[in-house]
Design a binder for this molecule. Structure first.
Ligand code: ADP
Ligand code: MG
Length: 220
């Protein structure tokens, strides 16, 4: 049913709509686990927060499908900002809206171009939230994912291989938050007691990157 993607510019609006579908399904499926992770070091709402946001984003994109990949990301980002009450809504919303604006009106882009846009989006998360690597936040999954994506693309990997490498790095980054002490967000109120728990936002970030890898694999 889907048009065969151009291997040079595999990321078009249809690709990102498939990503949104995969991401929404993953967030919906894992919502209880994300909320469980947010119980000992937060207020037990991360799963319901981002589930609500992604369901609303899927509806918004379905109602008025944007024609460009940048347009899809901007609409998803804007919807997350307006529907998610917790810290993660403005942070993920900023990431996606900034990345979408960076893509501009291009009808289709390469994986490397998407990587650059996502880098701009992740820089926006760091600027908004003030977190640095090791603070036990979503950045501890997102930054290793970007680095792995860059490494795989620089090594000549395909988009599917590069997104798969990013997903593996995001998973590792999320698991590596367990021994960290939180320095940002609600979990930081717990100080030392935040040690020994996986960060919920780093975990949901890994789901979003895995959805990108799944989308690229299925499209190739
Ligand atoms: P809230 O903390 O407001 O209840 P959520 O539970 O939806 O919001 O999201 C919590 C997640 O948000 C954390 O696990 C962390 O990954 C991320 N987060 C919180 N504050 C920051 C920050 N300043 N920078 C980056 N990520 C953050
Ligand atoms: Mg919370």
């Amino acid at each position: 049913m889907n048009a065969t993607p151009d291997p040079e510019t595999p990321v078009d609006a249809a690709f990102l709509r498939r990503w949104l579908e995969a991401a929404t399904n993953a967030v919906d499926r894992e919502s209880a686990r994300l909320t469980e992770l947010d119980s000992p070091i937060g207020d037990a709402d991360h799963g319901s927060n981002i589930r609500r946001g992604f369901l609303a984003a899927r509806t918004a994109v379905g109602q008025e499908p944007p024609e460009t990949p940048g347009g899809v990301l901007v609409l998803v980002g804007r919807t997350l900002i307006s529907t998610v009450g917790g810290a993660s809504g403005p942070l993920y919303g900023t990431l996606l809206r900034r990345a979408g604006k960076d893509l501009g009106e291009e009808p289709a882009v390469s994986a490397a171009r998407l990587r650059d846009a996502l880098r701009a989006g992740v820089d926006g998360v760091a600027a908004l939230g003030g977190a640095v690597p090791g603070d036990k936040t979503m950045l501890d999954s997102l930054l290793p994912a970007l680095d792995a994506l860059t490494g795989a693309l620089d090594a000549g990997g395909s988009a599917a291989e590069a997104f798969a490498a990013a997903a593996a790095a995001a998973d590792e980054g999320a698991a590596a938050t367990i021994p960290l002490r939180a320095r940002k967000g609600r979990a930081s109120y717990l100080g030392e007691r935040s040690v020994g728990h996986q960060d919920p936002g780093a975990t949901s970030s890994a789901l979003l990157v895995t959805a990108l890898a799944d989308t690229a694999r299925e499209g190739s």
